[in-house]
Design a protein around this ligand. Structure first.
Ligand code: HEC
Ligand code: HEC
Length: 178
């Protein structure tokens, strides 16, 4: 009788240890897949280091001097999204709405000086993102009855928050540094 009890408790301990091992290995697999998701490569590499964004903007402002209030499509060559938006505002959108929101400079989407070119595929992605945000705002949020007609909007910053690739999970809390 005593022996049997001993065997049963040893078996229980062995089972428990095995269970712990399974749970532990599953959780590392899970963590790895989360990490893999976060480090996958962005479409294009980081900005050209020698590019001077302030100088480029100053040059563009000089070029459109006196035409800041004209519709962007009359001042620039290749405008699809921002038809009717004043040319001066387009430059502000590029600087704050786009570059700053994504944590990049103009070279992420443009070859400097060739602003109308479609050479970088990130430029078309930005157009498609603009369309997506428009659909979220104009269709999904607008028709969300539970919001009670409140004017809710998302923009590039809502998702990107200074990153090219929006996060899908929060950073791990730092271990207590005391
Ligand atoms: C995230 C991508 C992105 C970034 C970053 C960006 N742009 Fe743009 N830019 C675009 C897109 C998309 C268009 C076209 C808009 C349209 O179709 O209406 C555009 C158009 C322009 C145009 C008009 C060119 C023409 O003649 O048609 C200028 C000028 C311009 N950008 C300057 C800048 C400057 C200066 C910066 C940096 C401060 C910048 N952009 C950063 C995506 C970007
Ligand atoms: C609803 C969330 C959301 C909004 C709003 C949003 N984006 Fe994105 N954006 C994403 C996701 C998700 C990706 C894909 C990241 C990846 O590669 O997995 C992405 C990728 C991009 C890329 C490609 C980046 C690269 O080089 O890999 C560009 C450029 C971009 N977004 C521009 C914009 C611009 C400009 C706006 C505002 C008009 C915008 N996004 C708004 C979610 C969003």
């Amino acid at each position: 009788m005593k022996n049997r009890r001993k065997i049963a408790s040893v078996a229980a301990i062995v089972l428990f240890v095995m269970l712990l091992a399974v749970v532990f290995s599953l959780s590392t697999v899970f963590e790895r897949s989360v990490v893999a998701q976060n480090t996958s490569k962005a479409v294009t590499p980081s900005p050209t280091p020698e590019f001077d964004q302030e100088a480029a903007l100053a040059k563009l402002r000089e070029r459109i001097k006196g035409k800041e209030k004209l519709p962007a499509e009359e001042v620039f060559k290749n405008i699809k999204n921002f038809k009717g938006v004043p040319a001066g505002r387009l430059l502000a959108i590029m600087r704050f709405g786009y570059a700053r929101s994504l944590g990049v400079d103009c070279t992420h989407c443009h070859v400097p000086g060739k602003w109308a070119s479609e050479e970088k595929k990130t430029k078309q992605i930005a157009r498609d993102m603009h369309k997506m945000a428009g659909a979220i705002n104009g269709e999904l949020l607008k028709n969300m009855e539970s919001l009670g007609g409140r004017q809710a909007i998302v923009n590039c910053t809502t998702c990107h928050r200074g990153e090219v690739k929006p996060a899908t999970n929060l950073p791990r809390p730092k271990p207590n540094s005391e």
